[in-house]
Write a protein that binds this ligand. Structure first.
Ligand SMILES: NC(=O)c1ccc[n+]([C@@H]2O[C@H](COP(=O)([O-])OP(=O)(O)OC[C@H]3O[C@@H](n4cnc5c(N)ncnc54)[C@H](OP(=O)(O)O)[C@@H]3O)[C@@H](O)[C@H]2O)c1
Length: 199
């Protein structure tokens, strides 16, 4: 599959590296082309599926530079983290989310929020942590979520471990979970952990 990965940080590198290893045709997008990266617009144009792995504060600008996203599955991995006040905070409130802002700004893109609750190494290798821990998806288009689930399966997230939370407003919950995730990281002693859901 042709996939564009927007972002050259840890997440973009982990996702693009794994996708290439799996045999996908991947282009990584950045503000400036260099070495193995192209500009955001070229990576997005290349992809049938596009990952947003850019800094949350810059995601709307980065996606604006990405050009025409109409009809593309846009898997949004970003988080609205804000460290400007010293400690970690979010720049969205509980009636809003970055996933929703992205869907509103690019109404013809098929936005699926996923993987943002997990460290990047675990995102692409579910077996890195033992147990039946889970990953979430949410978004307004069922077809886009189905395609996202297929890719998640290639990363080791078997169907019963992918929880569909409904439409894109569920991103409020998965993004606010970051405040707990950051505390858990301190308690666990590192980023290699995840949650499971019992009922
Ligand atoms: N680290 C994790 O394990 C983890 C886990 C879950 C979710 N996330 C989320 O995933 C996203 C990526 O995280 P990361 O740690 O890999 O990288 P990051 O440092 O948050 O973001 C790096 C990317 O953002 C782009 N960027 C920065 N400022 C920009 C601007 N003003 N305009 C346009 N683009 C800009 C950079 O572009 P250039 O390539 O041009 O420098 C780069 O590609 C974040 O939203 C983060 O919250 C991270």
């Amino acid at each position: 599959m042709r996939i564009g990965v927007l972002g050259t940080g840890m997440v973009g590198r982990a996702i693009s590296g794994k996708l290439a290893e799996l045999g996908h045709d991947v282009r990584v997008g950045s503000r400036t082309a260099s070495g193995d990266t192209v500009v955001f617009a070229d990576a997005a144009a290349h992809g049938e599926i596009v990952f947003n792995c850019t800094s949350g504060a810059a995601s709307l600008d980065a996606l604006g530079a990405a050009g025409d996203l109409a009809g593309k599955v846009l898997i949004d991995v970003s988080n609205p983290l804000d460290f400007s006040g010293g400690g970690p905070a979010l720049f969205t409130d509980t009636t809003d989310s970055l996933g929703e802002r992205i869907q509103a700004a690019f109404p013809d893109a098929l936005v699926v929020k996923s993987l943002n609750t997990i460290n990047c190494n675990l995102m692409v290798n579910a077996a890195a942590v033992p147990g039946d821990h889970v990953v979430f998806v949410c978004g307004n288009d069922d077809g886009a979520k189905a395609r996202t689930r297929e890719l998640l399966g290639e990363f080791g997230w078997t169907p019963e471990r992918v929880i569909d939370l409904g439409d894109i407003t569920a991103a409020r919950g998965t993004e606010h979970y970051l405040m707990l995730w950051l505390r858990l990281m301190g308690v666990v002693g590192g980023p290699s952990f995840n949650i499971s859901v019992a009922s």
